[in-house]
Design a protein around this ligand. Structure first.
Ligand code: UD1
Length: 427
């Protein structure tokens, strides 16, 4: 299994091109199921999760064709066509590898009147149930059965009916499934307490380009008028705000200066505000965000929250950065119950972190020391890369497949701005 070796201590400087957003890609791709015409996505990141989603679509009968990058993009172009679906089942083998597979449930049900998806089960960062996804589909008239580890949803008469969906807590995935189910339902659907993440705006924009009628995009109430059919479209995936935020932390922890090319400041206000509060210079430029750290890192008090709050997907990277702050920070995780798996690994590199329930107290230390470490999820892995960039000596990050799920060409991008980092095979 591959590992990443980092010899820490280099100050990063230069320009990093931000890739298309993983979490947007994973909700835009299933939209191909909603039409028999081709859907072309540009700026798709080269990531294991995107490949897995492509395979899942293939299993359902969708053809996928990947071309190289569009001249103005960094990522790939994929054309998907669901002329005729041959299966309505998302099997265990794929769903267990990638939780986002659950996002075929809404569009499959919309297009075919039935869908069977393996229950995703637990994952490293918590229990992550799908009750809210099912509640939304139930509000649109779906009949739902759970048996033998699978959820089977059926639309009586073959078509969902518009309904009122009111979420008790904000869920990104459940909002996405509800939106994708509602766009071809009969009648109007109102979704209350919808998630407002930029990836959901991206989803609504694509669906609108496919002929859907959605009101309230970007707000907590979405009103969707169902259409008999949607058509194909060509659409560019938004830039990855979490990747951009991660590299901003890399600039900060190495006292460096990075221009995050293609990053959209408007999508990452909470991250940028937190960086500014930590004393990091943040400059918004027309096509990039520039980050410079020259005066050390001030401690922060941060709590994760649904968008527009501080993203749970940035918590681990900020924790790594704050291990080098001038004082004590308090981070509170409110979204996932078990998202501090990186704490013991950071501690092995010399970090001083105490977890009490949902809160973590991070006391800045003078130095981190390289060590062999491993992580259990994507963002936790990135926090170890960040710590490694600032640590004295060599850090070896194991289980690189987590990083390959969500960071496109990580080593290449970091090498390009002066990091001493390489991937080594087992050999
Ligand atoms: C998405 C993102 C993930 C991010 C998360 C929160 C993708 C592919 N993943 O995950 O990177 O960390 O949003 O911003 O876009 N919940 C329920 N029942 C449900 C669904 C969710 O109780 O049916 C709970 C979850 O356990 C969690 C909270 O709601 O505590 C938020 O989860 P949710 O927003 O659904 O996260 P995902 O869509 O899985």
């Amino acid at each position: 299994m591959d590992r990443i070796l980092i010899r820490g201590g280099n100050r990063l400087s230069g320009r990093i091109a931000i890739s298309g957003a993983k979490n947007a890609a994973l909700t835009l791709m299933p939209c191909a199921l909603l039409t028999d015409e081709p859907l072309t996505l540009r700026n798709l990141p080269r990531l294991a999760d995107v490949d897995s989603f492509g395979h899942l679509l293939n299993q359902l009968g969708v053809s996928t064709m990947v071309e190289g990058a569009h001249p103005t993009d960094f990522g790939r172009v994929m054309t998907m066509r669901a002329a005729r679906l041959t299966s309505t089942v998302a099997p265990y083998d794929i769903v267990r590898k990638m939780r986002a597979s659950i996002l075929v449930l809404g569009p499959l049900l919309g297009r075919m009147g039935e869908a069977t998806v393996s229950l995703p089960g637990g994952c490293a960062i918590g229990n992550r149930p799908i009750d809210l996804h099912l509640k939304a589909l139930d509000s649109m008239g779906a009949e739902i059965e759970i048996a033998a580890g699978y959820v089977k949803a059926t639309a009586p008469g073959g078509r969902l009916k518009g309904g009122r969906v009111s979420f008790p807590v904000v869920s990104v995935g459940a909002t996405e499934n509800a939106v994708m189910a509602a766009v071809t339902a009969q009648g109007t659907t109102v979704i209350e307490n919808a998630a407002r993440e930029p990836e959901i705006v991206d989803l609504c924009n694509l669906l609108t380009a496919m002929g859907a009628v959605i009101d309230g995009v970007g707000t907590e109430t979405l009103t969707i008028e169902g259409r008999d059919r949607l058509h194909g479209a060509t659409y560019q995936v938004m830039p990855d705000r979490i990747e951009a935020g991660s590299y901003a932390c890399a600039a900060a922890i190495t006292h460096g200066a990075l221009e995050l090319f293609g990053a959209r400041a408007n999508d990452m206000r909470a991250t940028l505000a937190a960086l500014s509060e930590a004393g990091i210079t943040v400059e918004e430029r027309p096509r990039s965000v520039y980050i410079e750290a020259s005066n050390g890192i001030a401690p922060l008090t941060l709590s994760t929250a649904p968008y527009p709050g501080f993203a749970t997907d940035m918590q681990a990277q900020f924790m790594a950065m704050l291990t080098r702050a001038n004082g004590a920070s308090v981070l509170t995780e409110t979204i996932f119950e078990n998202r501090y798996m990186h704490v013991p690994e950071l501690a092995r590199m010399g970090a001083d972190i105490q977890v009490r329930g949902h809160a973590a107290v991070v006391r800045g230390v003078d130095r981190l020391v390289g060590a062999p470490v491993m992580a259990t999820d994507l963002r936790a892995s990135m926090s170890l890369i960040l710590a490694g960039l600032a640590a004295d000596g060599e850090t070896q990050v194991n289980r690189v497949y987590h990083l390959d799920r969500g960071y496109e060409r990580l080593e290449e991008k970091l090498q390009g701005v002066g990091a001493d980092i390489e991937r080594v095979g087992d050999g």
